[in-house]
Design a protein around this ligand. Sequence first.
Ligand SMILES: O=C(O)CCC(=O)C(=O)O
Ligand SMILES: [Fe+2]
Length: 375
Amino acid sequence: MEISKNNETLVTTKHDYDRASELKAFDETKDGVKGLVDASVTNIPRIFHHKIDKDSSSTSTNINKLVVPSVDLVDIQQDPTRRKIVVEKIREASEKWGFFQIVNHGIEVSVLDEMKNGVIRFFEQDSEVKRELYSREPLRPLVYNSNYDLYSSPAASWRDTFYCFMAPKSPKPEDLPSVCRDIMLEYTKQVMKLGNVLFELLSEALGLNPNYLNEMRCNEGIVMVCHYYPSCPEPEMTLGATKHTDNDFITVLLQDHIGGLQVLHENSWVDVSPVPGALVINIGDLLQLITNDKFKSVEHRVVANHVGPRVSVASFYSTSFQPSTRLYGPIKELVSEDSPPKYKETTVQDYVEFSMARGLDGTSPLPYFKIGNVV
Ligand SMILES: O=C(O)CCC(=O)C(=O)O
Ligand SMILES: [Fe+2]
């Protein structure tokens, strides 16, 4: 039996098998989901069985063929008229979708390709080498495992992950995986440059001085989270990632051509379809908090696939692992008598630790930070 916290109510999930032992046995292989696929399983173990919400599990519910907004960043530094158009598009997307894709963002396709290849090299290297790195200690410079919330989530997801803290403190090169070290450093450099531009545009979209969010140091920290979603023999029984919101300021996501990422929009799941050369940007909980709900951190998930592996690289703008006493609350320019602050101030670390302790149970921790709520 397992107890998971879902909003204010405790939901009890009963299993007619010894789930704890099966989770432990899977974890102890240190081979992740990829290990199961390498062993040619044809039925997925029951620890991966999800109760999938049938009403919203399929994109076929998206009958209007809604498309996640796409923003072309070409010429925004030279052409003020174009910049204005782009800022307006970003404002609308951040308010209504919490997601948008960007093209002409300045990172070359060869760098994006090499980053994805680097992730594939990591996961497809010798399992002995990977086993050495497998751990559940969240503050190691490199953490590799399957399902960070394996023991607390209602069902395991069909993916393996590694992550590294790339900024503000540069990692020691020897702490990064040798098979993708160089590209991780190069890609981070470029994502950080892009991050400065994005936070300028987001500041402008909020009607603030372009430097506002960068001066608040939203751009300072990056956790690079690299996911590997192996091909799944029974994709309809599980998910690649359960419904969640991101606990950061923004996420810059590089996905490959396979697809599977979906965003919840007006009660239906909408595919974030892969666009060659594009990056997906999504608003995280902390940006929703400091914008006093003007920008939305929206739930998303990844469906499992049978044509993978699929890889993605999520660069989380967060300083969660560099303890700082800096407090983040609703931006004073965005609150007024008519629109009073909705959230308490929090450090990034407190927010993220609270969120991680809850796991990906599908509900956002943001309501717990509302004024009047006791955390
Ligand atoms: O792999 C993806 O497309 C999404 C990953 C994601 O949502 C996350 O890392 O928070
Ligand atoms: Fe996410």
